[in-house]
Design a binder for this molecule. Structure first.
Ligand code: NAD
Ligand code: TYD
Length: 350
């Protein structure tokens, strides 16, 4: 397949492109990415070298209808990952979230409609999130299923729900072959160190404080990014258009439990004193409107497409701590933004 991946220089998108090229020797990938603070071509430096003939990066904005139209028309499938993705940033400034996550998604859908019509051989995967379902109480025995009403609580999840609703509306109204996946919290290599797991690993290594929001008893369902990539690939190729598929790891942990597990791993790998590492934990002001718990029922994806997660949480966290320890240069590069201007000029699509 010729696949247009949006946001392929971000955390999940870069892992997804590596997965596609390694597992589908006939696939060709065009990566459309604006290279915001979260998009780093350094995430794909190996891909650029190993798959030069099958991979191309274009720097551009998914909201740019003129740029997007020919890229979508040439593609047999679109895997739409591009987004503003961090809840805390959406609380301080929601504008970019509405623009990229809602308007950008609609721009891509419109381009697909114009180029493909109802051609059922094409595929448009909208990568949504479990956060569109809202929050569960800690003692609620239920997990989110695909028919759960959308009840997003943060500006981030509201903007993702906007894209999710539009994607399904384009299927319902126009017959566009849209698939929607709703995934729980991912972790693994190349995650920008503003999210909980890489932030805590890097702060612990640097001896900085470990900021736990509120009581730290918020629960997330953690999924290794490789398991997400396998699921997204499967849904893109074999999912039924118009359907929604939940993706989840079945690993519900409180933030504090997760942090303690990470600190044990850092202590084991570096020989640092576990007591000193724990002493870095600080309970700080809570995130406004903080969702208490997410929990995913991924039974439909298992029953229909035979997917189940392969990476256990202990194993995945150990590999992730090891990866961040071994990739100090990458951490330095992405947090300093050193390469970004150079790459922005080099790959500008206009
Ligand atoms: P990320 O922030 O690491 O990467 C986002 C990428 O999108 C970056 O490369 C950025 O440059 C690009 N981008 C942003 N605005 C753009 C625009 N206007 N035009 C083109 N490119 C643009 O995000 P991520 O964590 O990799 O998440 C990828 C997708 O998966 C998002 O849609 C997110 O909502 C969804 N998701 C993420 C998680 C998670 O745990 N990270 C869980 C469920 C769903
Ligand atoms: P995050 O990685 O931002 O993902 P999301 O908000 O999309 O679930 O946060 C995961 C959890 O960790 C969430 O409950 C907020 C909490 N958190 C902290 O306690 N401290 C931090 O510094 C960060 C970034 C998050």
């Amino acid at each position: 397949m010729r696949i247009l991946v949006t946001g392929g220089c971000g955390f999940i998108g870069s892992n997804f492109i590596r997965h596609l090229l390694a597992n589908h020797p006939a696939d060709e990938v065009v990566n459309l990415d604006l290279l915001t603070y979260a998009g780093n071509p350094a995430n794909l430096a190996d891909v650029q070298a190993d798959y030069a003939g099958r991979y191309r990066l274009i720097r551009g904005d998914i909201c740019d209808a003129e740029l997007v139209a020919p890229l979508v028309a040439e593609a047999e499938a679109v895997a739409h990952f591009a987004a503003e993705s961090h809840v805390d940033r959406s609380i301080s400034d929601a504008g970019a979230f509405v623009r990229t996550n809602v308007l950008g998604t609609q721009t891509l859908l419109q381009a697909a409609l114009a180029a493909w019509g109802g051609d059922a051989s094409r595929r448009f995967l909208y990568v949504s999130t479990d956060e569109v379902y809202g929050a569960l109480a800690l003692d609620d025995p239920r997990r989110f299923r695909e028919d759960w009403p959308l009840d997003p609580k943060s500006p981030y999840s509201a903007s993702k729900a906007g894209g999710d609703l539009l994607a399904r509306a384009y299927h319902h109204t126009h017959g566009l072959p849209v698939l929607v996946s709703r995934c729980s919290n991912n972790y693994g290599p190349y995650q920008f160190p503003e999210k909980l797991i890489p932030l805590m690993i890097l702060n612990a290594l640097a001896g900085r404080e470990l900021p736990v929001y509120g009581d730290g008893l918020y629960v997330r369902d953690w999924l290794h990014v490789e398991d997400h990539c396998r699921a997204a690939d499967l849904i893109l190729r074999a999912g039924r258009p118009g359907e929604v598929y939940n993706i989840g790891g079945g690993n519900e942990r409180s933030n504090l439990d997760l942090l303690h597990a990470l600190l044990e791993l850092v202590a084991q790998r570096t020989g640092r004193d576990i007591g000193q590492l724990r002493g870095l934990i600080r309970h700080v002001k809570d995130r406004p409107g903080h969702d208490r718990r997410y929990a995913i029922d991924a039974g439909k994806l298992g029953a229909e497409l035979g997917w189940s997660p392969r990476v256990g949480l202990d194993q995945g966290l150990a590999a992730t701590v090891a990866w961040y320890l071994e990739h100090g240069d990458w951490c330095q590069a992405v947090t300093s933004g050193a390469y970004r201007d150079y790459y922005r000029r080099m790959y500008d699509g206009r």
